[in-house]
Design a protein around this ligand. Structure first.
Ligand code: DGY
Length: 323
């Protein structure tokens, strides 16, 4: 029997690409260049499976074909707000993602950002590399203490819980949680966390606020001027979730006018383009979407896709089906 035809839309870790090549009739994107909407439309009429990732905007336009050959979009990544759910359903395409395997590394990066912005690590590194460091002095690059402070976590799924574990058990932080549904009291108890009903309840209480909710239309601009105004004037906002969750213009204004202490972002609305508003803010740390970027995690994400595909083509229900 012919092997299923599979398209991988970006370069993946070598070990995962090799395994895919063993099992399927695979086309790899050796140039690592994102596909255009018309290339997507063509791919969906040719391949049995397409393996996209967060950089692939698979919206209604990219799926505007009468009938698809593709039966599964096995996404590399936990977030799938780049895939239009209604269009995928209309074409009868299943979508899977890669949860769990990236939670620890993404949480590590949220802690990295929190420490960087509070302790002015970006400022310090730039000063040193620019040859401007004149030596230790009691008033130099004074930051904010992280240990023992209050951390608000918006969205208490797997990544949010990993952040809470690090912050509470490692840094003695008090944890306050806001989530769409009631969190199991045993899970809250693991980090001595308290759940509040609304984001409005959470923001005024926190020294740090870390976002761990999904992206997509429902959460677009969840953090806007009105909510930024509720933060303490010296509090920090951390985002390792999705860029669209923050209204970046409103955030830039809050940073320009120092109505919050600072922000640290790993994700951006319309990335890789960065809003000039943000580039002008110096109380802001920015990283290029590195949340899951460790060798262990990126390989684990790939192998999780391989498992989902094996289940799908083996006639079993993939465990990570999201659409
Ligand atoms: C995801 O998986 O959604 C991340 O943003 C990329 O690791």
């Amino acid at each position: 029997m012919a092997k299923p035809r599979v398209l991988v839309t970006r370069r993946w870790p070598v070990a995962v690409e090799a395994q895919l090549q063993d099992q399927y009739d695979v086309v790899l994107n050796t140039h690592d260049k994102p596909l255009t909407p018309s290339e997507f439309r063509a791919a969906l009429t040719v391949y049995d499976a397409v393996l996209p990732t967060v950089t692939d905007l698979i919206n209604a336009d990219a799926m505007d074909i009468p009938k698809a050959q593709t039966k599964i979009l096995a996404n590399y990544g936990v977030g799938y707000s780049h895939i239009d759910a209604a269009a995928a359903k209309d074409l009868n395409i299943m979508v899977t993602n890669t949860p769990d395997v990236l939670s620890e590394c993404t949480a590590d990066l949220a802690m990295t950002l929190m420490l960087m912005v509070a302790r002015r690590a970006g400022d310090g590194e730039r000063e040193l590399r620019d040859g401007k460091w004149t030596g230790w002095r009691p008033t130099h690059l004074i930051g904010t203490k992280v240990s023992g402070k209050t951390l608000g976590i918006i969205g208490y799924g797997r990544i949010g819980q990993e952040v809470a574990r690090r912050a509470h058990h490692g840094f003695g932080m008090k944890i306050i949680v806001q989530s769409r549904s009631a969190v199991n009291p045993d899970i809250l108890a693991q980090c001595g966390a308290t759940q509040v009903d609304t984001i409005e309840d959470l923001l005024p209480l926190c020294d740090f606020v870390s976002l761990h909710c999904p992206g997509g239309a429902d959460n677009r601009h969840l953090i806007n001027a009105a909510r930024l105004n509720l933060m303490k004037p010296d509090a920090f906002l951390i985002n390792t979730a999705r860029g669209e969750v923050i209204n970046e213009h409103d955030l830039a204004r809050a940073l320009w006018f120092d109505t919050i202490g600072g922000a640290a972002l790993d994700v951006f609305d319309g990335e890789p383009n960065i809003s000039p508003d943000l580039l002008g803010c110096d109380n802001l740390v920015m990283l290029p979407h590195l949340g899951s970027a460790t060798r262990t995690t990126r390989e684990a994400m790939g192998f999780r896709v391989v498992e989902n595909l094996a289940d799908f083509f083996g006639g079993r229900a993939p465990r990570d089906r999201v659409i």
